[in-house]
Design a protein around this ligand. Sequence first.
Ligand code: XLS
Ligand code: NI
Ligand code: NI
Length: 438
Amino acid sequence: MSTYFEDISPIQFASEGSPDGLSFRVYDADRIVLGKPMRDHLRMAVCMWHNFAWGGHDIFGDPAFERPWLTGQWDEASNAMRIDAAFDFIKRLGAPFYTFHDLDVMETPDDLRDHASKLAKAEDRLSSRMEETGIKLLWGTANLFGHRRYLAGAATNPDPEIFTYAAAQVRLALETTHRLGGENYVLWGGREGYESLLNTDMTRELDQLGRFLNLVAEHKHKIGFDGLLLIEPKPQEPTKHQYDYDVATVAGFLRKYGLENEFAVNIETNHATLAGHSFEHEIASALANDAFGSIDINRGDPQLGWDTDQYPNNALDLVLPMVLILEAGGFTTGGFNFDTKLRRQSIDPHDMFHAHIGGMDTLARALLLAEKVIEDGRLLEARDERYSGWQTEKGQEIMSGNTSLQDLADDAMERNLSPSPASGRQERLENLLNELVQ
Ligand code: XLS
Ligand code: NI
Ligand code: NI
């Protein structure tokens, strides 16, 4: 087993905190909230890529993190060290799940057959570490964007041979995820998008993506994987126009290609921001489209227009999202994945703990505040009250589909209807929310 984190004791809940900051002040896994332990509400996962595969390089600078497994070589020894260190970290942290891309956990492959055998080797190691630690897999995915073969996309590539290669890679990643007991499989649209219409046939590319996702759904059923298939919307980056722009775009796309019952969405907080939406808007949009699946809980920076993948640290921002999720019955197979990375100057092993502890406490605090809002009931009642007209016989008749436009028009004429507007009371409700989260 890894020794990299050995001076860090398992992180415990201590409401008063501890001088070194290495304890949870709010996240108390077994604490019951609205009838369920916090652990089961939040279903938190640590991602392999930013924490264990990324070396802290950026577009201007070299890797900044000196981890024993970041040797510059993705060989057998460094890969084994990486997987062991990850499980050691997650165990000490006390998060129940992890997430990975195929290429985060395996040695660099020479070709496709080599990819298959190296992934199988990685699977053995992951499987042993999972058994020893009890840590489970929230979702797996395939990296279809890093290698230069995917410069012009994977499923949306102009070359069917690259589409075929991507199909092979997804088959392997999906089957690996299935055998490891993964609860979901994610497809983030990597480089499925375009830079310029001078060289892009958008209609064709969307048809290719629809075809690809249909193939993935067929295969899921063929192998008996009963987790959710999730698409992760993002508006731009790496391409200028990503096809999976936001939840609404994905929902429309899924319907066009007959996939609305096969895929749900994995919503990332900062992807919502980049799309010009609030996070809660994207959640509400997924719920409205029966497509709510899972969440990547990394946030952006209000001044920066790219994916900074920061740890959540403001519980107030997350109260409304949490209320929406709880009202909808919570996660089924989804959870909160920390698709987060450290700031480049946070080079100590402790920093990775502080970052996740802060993120987990923030989610726990948001959960407790959401519980208050729900138990108080006034906010949700006020919202329902706004629509109370629709509970009347008249309202229900309109929605039942048994009235025509002419019926409504005749009725309105007959009664010479002159309804008056009602206040939306937004400021009153903002004050009420502030009162509740004191
Ligand atoms: C990139 C995405 C990515 C996915 C997994 O912006 O967030 O990290 O979550 O491929
Ligand atoms: Ni993500
Ligand atoms: Ni992202």
